[in-house]
Design a protein around this ligand. Sequence first.
Ligand code: 6CS
Ligand code: FE
Length: 310
Amino acid sequence: MAVDKYPSRNGQQAQIMERKDPVVHRNPTFSEGPLRKDEVDSFEKNGYLMFEKLFNDDEVSIMKNELQRTMDRNREREADDVIKEPGSNEMRSVFEIHKDSGFFQALAKNERIVKAAEQLLGSQVYITQSRINFKPGFKGKEFYWHSDFETWHTEDGMPDMRALSCSIVLTDNYEYNGPLMLIPGSQKWYVSCPGVTPDANYKSSLKKQETGIPDNDSMSWLVDQAGGRIDRATGPAGSVLFFDCNTMHGSAGNISPYPRSNVFFVFNSIENKLQDPFSGQTPRPEFLANRENIEPITPNKDRLQNFSNR
Ligand code: 6CS
Ligand code: FE
């Protein structure tokens, strides 16, 4: 098995280690991307970058319509890729949407987001995971603090930190409807988590993550290194957040009447394909971690209107 640069959940105590990979993988072939130098530098420093209204109101209304169709199609479906909120039958997430409808397939290839991902990751990219998070009003529960990479490395065998999430905000995100919170600069540190991974952990972790979460001391240390700052991804529908795979993030429950729905695409470098999980366990299912028929994305310029089902 490959050397484990980022051990975690191996029965040891929690530990903070330095990141061993660059945050921005600068590559002259992809440096002419859509992001300005100050935007690239800001992503490198903070571990995330938000664009207000990267998609306009017409595009957002198409996306919301598709979101509703996805919800309606999946509501009665008992399947592993449809996740319900803990303690209720409300929908929490639907996975693998980039293979589902023609619309989300096209959105995942939209050049506005793909070219930014290529520029930051310094290579062609593919989608390793996608999902919609619904965060319904009143009933949407929290996502506890975590680094996505910690899970993707340990449970999915993602070798290096060379992936990022692109979250397209489909409802206005306020301080009070459970927006994503991020710790600036946390992407530079890897929190090796205590405990071991239970078998088939994903069956419970997608509702409520209890393994692969930082201990309180490491979490406090990360917030201290950020000067006590915890940032929030608030903004109008159509805004897009890019965040590094190792940025520490989480979100609180939503007791407001307003849902907080997002589409997530996780872009991984084509040079960072999944291997065997570093936990030594069997790989998670394809709907969470794509391994089959991996091809780099060809960015698509087409208008989203062309793919709408309306
Ligand atoms: O287990 C996973 O892959 C997912 N879980 C969380 C809480 N965030 C990232 C990812 O979608
Ligand atoms: Fe996450």
